[in-house]
Design a binder for this molecule. Structure first.
Ligand code: SAH
Ligand code: MG
Length: 209
């Protein structure tokens, strides 16, 4: 509701970021909305992570925005779609972020992505297939240090979490049910302090104890 109001105060973005936003709109790539990414970057600015792992790079938009905001941070990001991966590589180069963002073309749930967990991170951003959040969490949360933060995007699934089951398209029902189960599970997990923030499409923030 306040998205346009908030955007009215934002600095003009650099040309690569603008180009990415245009590309995403034209090709229906679901990057984070302007006000949502701004709030997310605000949280990261408080946390000051230095090693970030992102699941679901798409065209590299959120990774580049994080790198620009946090000059000390290095980012590892995973994308399984070949076309988006190629586009992300181009944008990361164009933004001059190739030293700080390592992008891996892989299915994050397959063995080929195991290489990323040979080190630890202080932030994990889960923004890939919404029905698989529990599996991403189980695989990657052990790589997050104590006091580290796990952020999950799209917890409201564009309002679908509020709909009655029969009003949700059939092919989306299982995904919505799993997303809600995951929300409930993480909010009551004893090892995390978890908050569901009404930022953008719903941002779940879990701080590891
Ligand atoms: N974080 C990005 C948007 C990501 S959109 C931004 O805000 O800019 C979600 C992406 O996750 C899609 O591009 C999709 O291809 C990817 N994805 C979904 N499941 C995945 C998986 N299992 N492994 C890797 N990438 C996946
Ligand atoms: Mg998202």
């Amino acid at each position: 509701m306040y998205g346009a109001y908030i955007e009215g105060f934002m600095e003009e973005k650099d040309s690569v970021v603008q180009e990415m936003e245009q590309y995403a709109a034209q090709h229906y790539v679901p990057i984070m909305e302007n006000d949502a990414i701004d709030a997310f970057l605000g949280l990261l600015t408080i946390q000051q992570p230095t090693a970030i792992l992102e699941i679901g790079s798409a065209i590299g938009y959120s990774a580049i925005r994080m790198a620009q905001r946090l000059p000390e941070a290095s980012i590892v990001t995973i994308e399984r779609d070949a076309e988006r991966f190629e586009k992300a590589v181009q944008f990361i180069d164009a933004a001059g972020c190739q030293e700080r963002i390592r992008i891996i073309e892989a299915d994050a749930l397959a063995q080929e992505a195991d290489v990323v967990v040979d080190k630890t991170y202080d932030a994990l951003f889960i923004d890939a297939a919404k029905g698989q959040y529990r599996r991403f969490f189980d695989k990657y949360s052990p790589a997050i240090e104590s006091k580290g933060v796990i952020y999950c995007d799209n917890m409201f699934m564009h309002g679908m979490v509020l709909q009655e089951e029969q009003d949700i398209p059939k092919r989306k029902r299982t995904m919505i049910r799993k997303l809600k189960e995951f929300t409930h599970w993480l909010m009551s997990h004893p090892d995390y302090e978890t908050t569901l923030l009404p930022i953008g499409d719903g941002l779940l923030v879990a701080v590891k104890k």
